[in-house]
Design a protein around this ligand. Structure first.
Ligand SMILES: [Zn+2]
Length: 290
């Protein structure tokens, strides 16, 4: 009784909201937010493609996500990548629907700060808890629909873009969040990201559905523009680094004037996401280095 009351209080603090809409041919978007996410203008999206579920939202909205998917048949869960705002409900959904969970490079999935979430991440999204996952096959086949997994590392080593050729739809998780170089996690690899953006653009999607609510028609030019911008920024970083300039000065030089969104993210994540990380990653992963 006391536990139920506590859970109710906690849920009301979180202010979880889940609603669904149709975004394509037989594609249902499950949109989830919490009070904190709304304050930052954030939402997280999962998608039901026939009986294949792309991502699962975050743990703080678990009850609402489970209810929204009640009565649907789910054959498999395909994770765009192993971050807790996308995998937060894999365990309970797999148990209820008796389905498998696929993640690319699943053997490496604990290596990117996910095993022990920083307190702000646990507070913001909640802990996904342990769940079993299998290696993402090249093609995930449902009863009526299938999704091809295009490797899309950069933001995470586990990242894929899920491509449905029949409808020209691609699900890109966190591949495309901002239109250019931005604050990133220390594990990110900007050169891999550039290749991934171009790989996805090359299939010429008609519709791109992202992990944070964007639905972009004919996204190839925007993907290519982002790839060009990230590539040019990384090249400039390396050039300045070779002159002996300090990393923090390079931040000021290449991100002139700053960007309010990046500054807010740096503050909120206690620097776990930062423009400084972009500088370090551009130098560390420079092609041909090491
Ligand atoms: Zn992510």
């Amino acid at each position: 009784m006391r536990q139920t009351r506590l859970r109710q209080v906690w849920q009301s603090i979180q202010g979880a909201r889940v609603w669904t809409d149709e975004v394509g041919e037989g594609i249902t978007r499950i949109r989830v937010t919490s009070r904190w996410a709304r304050m930052l203008g954030f939402e997280v999206s999962a998608y039901l493609v026939g009986d294949l579920l792309v991502d699962t939202g975050f743990a703080h909205v678990r009850q609402q996500v489970l209810s929204a998917l009640e009565g649907w048949r789910i054959e498999a869960i395909c994770c765009t990548h192993n971050h807790e705002d996308h995998t937060g409900n894999c365990g309970p959904l797999a148990a209820i629907h008796g389905c498998r969970v696929f993640i690319r490079n699943h053997g490496l999935r604990w290596g990117e700060g996910v095993r022990r979430l920083k307190p702000y991440r646990a507070w913001f999204w909640g802990e996904p808890g342990r769940f079993d996952a299998e290696e993402m096959p090249d093609e995930v086949v449902g009863r009526h629909r299938s999704l091809r997994a295009l490797p899309a590392p950069g933001h995470s080593i586990t990242h894929v873009a899920l491509w449905e050729e029949a409808t020209g739809t691609v699900f890109t998780g966190d591949l495309f969040i901002s239109p250019g170089a931005s604050a990133v996690l220390i594990q990110e690899n900007p050169y891999d990201l550039v290749d991934s953006l171009r790989r996805v653009a090359a299939v010429e999607p008609r519709l791109m559905l992202t992990g944070h609510g964007l639905a972009i028609e004919d996204p190839a030019p925007r993907l290519c523009t982002k790839a060009d911008r990230v590539e040019a920024t990384a090249a400039r970083v390396v050039e300045l680094h070779q002159t002996g300039m300090k990393d923090r000065d390079i931040v000021r030089e290449v991100f002139r004037g700053g960007n309010r969104r990046d500054r807010n993210i740096e503050l909120l994540t206690q620097g776990e996401f930062s423009r400084l990380n972009f500088i370090r990653a551009a130098v560390l992963h420079e092609p041909g280095r090491g």
